[in-house]
Unconditional design. Structure first.
Length: 217
């Protein structure tokens, strides 16, 4: 079957080591630049928060679509779990948007053309990638945060993302090593920490809005 895709999407481009992802003109006044230019995530804590904001928008958009068009054979329990995850991601987006204020990146457009929303395997497989990517992203970006309040908030969010990752792993593969972290946890019992450059490269095909991350990559 063909994948069901949201109508708002563009083509992703990459420029050099700075990951680029085309911001809608209505959001650009936050940066004081023209619609023809790509916005940058910013420096310091603003850059890190915008980085998290972009990833949370991606996850929220994904789960909104999943709940809107449930895959074939979805159970009431599965749908209930996915709705809870959707609500968490939407709350994360709202939190980061408020924290960033006018320095916020603005709304991103997504490209889920690679996802078949009618397929349980495709949806849960994508969710598995997104959740573990999110955990690794927060773990890797923690060292870059200077404000202790933001660091505490990030720590709280990443623990929720880890709960999501475990839930998706359980739905996909049942009880076992993968549900407890699997290959994402090393022999010391520590979760992966991913650098922003790697995270943005992995998330890139699903985001169609153009921006640069010069202070992070």
């Amino acid at each position: 079957m063909t994948a069901q895709t949201p109508s708002r999407r563009h083509i992703l481009k990459w420029t050099g080591v700075a990951t680029t992802l085309a911001i809608a003109g209505s959001f650009l006044p936050n940066f004081g630049i023209s619609a023809a230019m790509a916005a940058d995530l910013g420096e310091g804590d603003v850059g890190v928060l915008n980085y998290a904001y972009a990833l949370e928008q991606l996850e929220a958009a994904f789960y909104i679509q999943v709940v809107k068009t449930p895959y074939e054979g979805i159970t009431k329990s599965e749908l209930a779990n996915l709705k809870v995850i959707r609500d968490h991601e939407v709350a994360h987006v709202a939190f980061l948007k408020k924290a960033l204020g006018k320095a916020g990146l603005g709304g991103l457009e997504v490209d889920f053309s690679a996802v078949d929303f009618t397929s349980r395997k495709s949806v849960l497989g994508t969710a598995d990638v997104f959740e573990n990517l999110g955990v690794g992203a927060y773990n890797g970006a923690g060292k870059l945060i200077k404000n202790v309040d933001y660091l505490a908030a990030a720590g709280s969010i990443v623990s929720v993302e880890a709960r999501h990752a475990a839930t998706i792993a359980l739905l996909l593969r049942g009880y076992g090593r993968e549900a407890a972290g699997g290959k994402n946890v090393d022999l010391k019992g520590l979760d992966k920490a991913l650098e922003p450059k790697a995270v943005l490269k992995a998330a890139g095909p699903f985001i169609a809005t153009e921006f640069t991350a010069n202070s992070l990559v």
